[in-house]
Ligand binder design. Structure first.
Ligand SMILES: O=C(O)CCC(=O)C(=O)O
Length: 277
């Protein structure tokens, strides 16, 4: 039976990377403590409160070129987490993530960047999401693609097989394009609150179905090569007035830094942080 390896936050970063390279995913337990979880909950609560889980976000996604059934219903989803939560910014610069990105992404770029952020609350009765790869939008590269993305899911509540724990197909980051996953090759990530699931951009995955009467709450954070177009438009989701207040490390990671010659702006019009000259 395939499985997702589990390591602890005290294990070495090379162990995390070894699991990612071999299995395409790894759970790291004990990464954030209760105080951090509580702070995150407080900061995101007002934004999540106003989301209607029955209002489909597929309509907008489809209008923007995405597929019509990609997002399951009965789910609350908000993005722009760098702008919305100070606690989330400490996830962006967390040593666990930076050491994994250094090993997985750095060989293909000078520096990597935040790719997408989301808080995802999966409600009772939500269906399973279609399996996909984070790197699918870069379809001009053939599967298995060069390493472009590293993704993570931070467990705010416990993740179980029954409550919508993220579905992972271990090893699928190495599969040829024509191989599809059999049911017995799909594994739900089970992890206590405070754990982080990391997976490769080429790993097949999706949100699990929630067959319980409680909400599964996770926070998604991915990184990509610094020369790629980001999935989430960070220049809009982190507007200049907020970008200006961020630590330089966070601001650079969000994308306010040129990658070789890519990303310049005419500062006589508007500087990179949105200030008019
Ligand atoms: O919620 C999850 O566990 C995964 C979500 C996901 O992969 C997505 O929305 O693209």
């Amino acid at each position: 039976m395939p499985s997702i390896p589990v390591v602890s936050a005290n294990d070495s970063s090379s162990k995390v990377v070894e699991c990612l390279e071999r299995d395409g995913a790894v759970v790291v337990t004990g990464v954030i403590d209760r105080g951090v979880v509580d702070a995150l909950l407080r900061e995101l609560a007002p934004h999540l409160e106003i989301v209607d889980p029955d209002a489909s976000i597929n309509k907008k996604y489809e209008a923007d070129g995405g597929s019509a059934n990609f997002y399951p219903g009965k789910t609350k989803r908000i993005t722009a987490l760098v702008a919305r939560s100070e606690t989330f910014r400490s996830f962006v610069t967390h040593p666990l993530m930076l050491s994994a990105c250094d090993a997985i992404l750095k060989p293909n770029c000078v520096h990597y960047q935040v790719h997408a952020t989301a808080a995802l609350k999966i409600g009772p009765g939500a269906r399973e999401q279609v399996l996909h790869r984070e790197e699918d939008p870069y379809q001009f590269f053939k599967v298995p693609r060069p390493r472009m993305i590293l993704a993570s899911m931070w467990a705010v509540t416990e993740f179980t097989e029954a409550n919508g724990g993220t579905l992972i197909v271990p090893g699928s980051h190495l599969w040829p394009a024509d191989r599809t996953a059999r049911r017995d090759e799909v594994v739900a990530a089970a992890m206590p609150a405070g754990s982080v699931l990391l997976w490769m951009g080429g790993t097949l995955h999706g949100a699990g179905a929630n067959r319980t009467d409680e909400w599964r709450y996770g926070v998604f954070l991915s990184y990509s090569l610094g020369w790629l177009r980001q999935e989430e438009n960070q220049y809009i989701d982190v507007p200049g007035e907020i970008a200006r207040t961020l630590d330089k490390q966070v601001r650079d990671l969000v994308g306010f830094k040129m990658h070789l010659g890519i990303g310049y702006a005419d500062v006589t019009v508007k500087d990179s942080l949105g200030e008019r000259r």
